[in-house]
Design a protein around this ligand. Structure first.
Ligand code: NAP
Length: 332
């Protein structure tokens, strides 16, 4: 069984390749860009195909003879200056991958969307796959949220063309092999004890990246065609204050203690927007991120647990493994 994985040099894809390998899968093919840092897959004997999801020509060769595809690749940048690139990679790139899969007769595709397509919720009433609040996310004017929402709509159009597609929506993943880093951008400063402020009651939903990988493997095996599955953790809903305190505590540092007023965070975000636009740098903290930090992004994975048997490992274990990995590879 040949399995093709996009985004294999990233946090999710790297862990997925390693997870499938640990489950005995040996016929694995991955897409690698000329610029990719390949640390996450360097010790595995997987077939590497050069390409870019924006280049349909490279994808035709990549999916030839493949039975299953996990499409993880995306731009996760939340900076307005990258809006065009977010659409080119997330929307056009996804269409290219789906088209290539359809043409090559791939048996099944698992497409990685995100819970950020769904909308804000509350801890008492976390969002599920049918949550009707998408507009609350759309109002954030965030290029990542917007492009991933549109990408999912485009991917779903391939169902009527005959593509066997299952959609997964991970929450915020914590794990090793976060080479860029992705969510390491939250963990590294907290583990260094540098996060002193917290954003009021804002909170999110965290999950062990390895649980997501197993959820994807199970979705490929027994997910229902056309269905979406939130891949999170029922005990992973926490305020950002709780999350940063947990990371700092596990790394032996002090927790954040200053409650940052929203108005000040927004001012700092707008200043970062302006500085990024003038000096042409990627402002990772910006006005959209500031607004999002004060919202509640809580989700339930009841459906994935019931239908797929998605595991629910503790978040602390994932944070400990991530901190150990960042330390070993010199990020900390
Ligand atoms: N991180 C989270 O907590 C989270 C939560 C929910 C959903 N997701 C979704 O999970 C997926 C993976 O995210 P991640 O956190 O693993 O991100 P990541 O660490 O930034 O990895 C992104 C991957 O996509 C690849 N990629 C980007 N642009 C590409 C292009 N034009 N052609 C081919 N490959 C390209 C990157 O390759 P290079 O190494 O060459 O850059 C990298 O392998 C994404 O679809 C994201 O939306 C992530």
């Amino acid at each position: 069984m040949k399995i093709f994985i996009t985004g294999a040099t990233g946090l999710l894809g790297g862990n997925l390749v390693r997870h499938l390998w640990s489950k005995g899968e040996r016929d694995l093919r991955v897409l690698v860009r000329a610029s990719s840092k390949t640390l996450a897959i360097d010790d595995l004997q997987v077939e590497r195909v050069p390409g870019d999801i924006r280049d349909p020509g490279s994808l035709a060769a990549a999916v030839s003879g493949v039975e299953q595809v996990h499409h993880c690749a995306a731009s996760i940048s939340q900076w307005q200056g990258n809006r065009r690139q977010s659409y080119e990679i997330n929307v056009n790139g996804t269409v290219n991958v789906m088209e290539a899969c359809l043409k090559a007769g791939v048996k099944r595709v698992v497409y990685v969307s995100t819970v950020d397509t769904l909308g804000f919720s509350s801890r008492e009433n976390p969002a599920d796959e049918n949550w009707p609040e998408h507009q609350s996310m759309a109002r954030m004017k965030n290029p990542y949220f917007d492009s991933k929402y549109d990408a999912e709509q485009e991917a779903k159009k391939f169902l009527s063309k005959g593509l066997d597609l299952v959609i997964v929506k991970p929450t915020t993943m914590i794990g090793e092999w976060d080479v860029k880093p992705a969510t390491g951008q939250l963990i590294i400063p907290a583990a260094r004890g540098l996060v002193k402020v917290y954003p009021g009651d804002g909170g999110g939903s965290f999950v062990d990246a390895l649980d997501v990988c197993e959820g994807m493997r199970l979705a490929m095996q027994k997910g229902r065609t056309g269905e979406a599955y939130i891949l999170g953790n029922e005990r992973g809903n926490m305020t950002y204050r709780e999350f940063f305190a947990m990371v700092a505590g596990l790394a032996g540092k002090s927790p954040p203690w200053i409650r940052m007023p929203k108005a000040i965070a927004l001012l700092a975000g707008y200043a970062a927007d302006a500085a990024g636009a003038v000096f042409r740098f990627e402002a990772e903290f910006n006005s959209s991120v500031a607004r999002i930090a004060y919202a509640n992004h809580y989700f339930t994975s009841r459906k994935a647990i019931a239908e797929l048997g998605m595991p629910q490992s503790g978040i602390e274990g994932a944070v400990k493994r991530a901190v150990a990995w960042f330390t070993k590879y010199g990020y900390l």
